[in-house]
Design a binder for this molecule. Structure first.
Ligand code: FAD
Ligand code: FES
Length: 279
């Protein structure tokens, strides 16, 4: 009998940058193809560890369509040493990749329910695979509401795609910015303001939230106020990662490890810890 070869989760596989799209001043979306074989399947909400050779490794969420085999898509903001190198990569560059890791958005639990997706800034990236998933199975869900807030119009990701979703008659999508410029004629203000007028059924809603922690806290509370119970609200958490497989403790969040118990976590299970800012 041929022995089963189990891939070492610590060893990055080489991936080639097949395409780069500059989204904003400091954000790029990269399409990555394995240099050999197929990419492993992933579920919306999961992340990979991307390794810039000689610089370091960071956790980056999937932002592409899970049904599109052949490549992974990641959206990276340049905020530091590693993300800066990765966001500046050009077509043809090679980087290391481990994954996929982590928990998924509750796309199946949400079947038969209204789905409310609330994204802040770069938080739209980890939610985009869930949007692809529910739109590809549109008949299985009730209302689909997408609420997206960014600091300014220049920070809006995936412009063309948002326009495409907007043209659909079966999705309610609203975008808001904290600070408008003269070119902006849309909503101004924090994304939580959009919740009250979204018209979903709170008793039959599953909500998915991703963004800065303070935004997620206020969004979860606003959803509670709108009648959505905490056990129907899911958030994607971020902490510094090292091993990504539950061994090193770097990503500890109360009694949980974000790399294996998250990043997607149910609000009622973490609300108490999330209320403590520095944890
Ligand atoms: C599960 C998970 C998913 C993630 N998904 C993505 C993703 O899809 N795209 C992405 O760009 N990043 C994502 N991140 C964040 C990413 O892993 C890194 O933390 C980030 O890129 C900074 O790494 P760095 O080494 O370049 O910067 P560092 O040297 O660690 O930090 C430089 C500076 O930036 C600040 N900083 C660190 N992280 C962030 C942040 N996320 N936003 C703003 N400022 C920050 C630090 O406080 C520090 O001041 C994710 C993290 C986790 C845990
Ligand atoms: S990153 Fe090592 S335990 Fe989570």
């Amino acid at each position: 009998m041929t022995p089963t070869v189990v891939a070492d989760p610590f060893v990055p596989a080489p991936y080639r940058v097949a395409q780069v799209r500059r989204e904003t001043r400091d954000v790029a979306t990269l399409e990555l193809c394995p240099t050999a074989g197929e990419r492993p399947a992933f579920q919306p909400g999961q992340f990979n560890m991307l390794y810039a050779f000689g610089v370091g490794e960071v956790a980056i969420s999937m932002s592409g369509d899970p049904a599109r085999m052949g490549s992974y898509v990641h959206t990276v903001r340049n905020v530091g040493a590693v993300s800066g190198v990765i966001a500046a990569l050009r077509e043809g560059a090679i980087l290391g990749l481990r994954g996929p890791f982590g928990t998924a958005w509750p796309s199946q639990t949400a079947e038969g329910c209204d789905v409310v997706i609330v994204a802040g800034g770069l938080g739209l990236a980890p939610l985009r695979p869930a949007i692809y998933h529910v739109l590809a199975r549109r008949e299985r869900y009730g209302r689909i509401v997408i609420l997206y807030g960014t600091r300014s119009p220049a920070d809006i990701l995936y412009h063309r795609e948002i326009e495409r979703w907007r043209r659909r008659l079966d999705v309610d999508i609203s975008v808001t910015v904290d600070h408008a410029d003269p070119s902006w004629h849309g909503n101004v203000g924090v994304v939580t303001k959009l919740i009250a007028r979204s018209g979903f059924d709170p008793n039959s809603t599953i909500a998915m939230i991703c963004g800065p922690e303070v935004m997620m806290r206020f969004t979860a509370m606003a959803l509670n106020e709108a009648g959505v119970s905490s056990d129907r609200v899911y958030l994607s958490m971020e902490r510094n990662m090292k091993c990504a497989i539950g061994l090193c403790g770097h990503c500890q969040f109360g009694p949980s490890f974000i790399c294996k118990d998250g990043p997607v976590m149910r609000y009622d299970r973490i609300a108490e810890i999330l209320a403590v800012r520095e944890i």
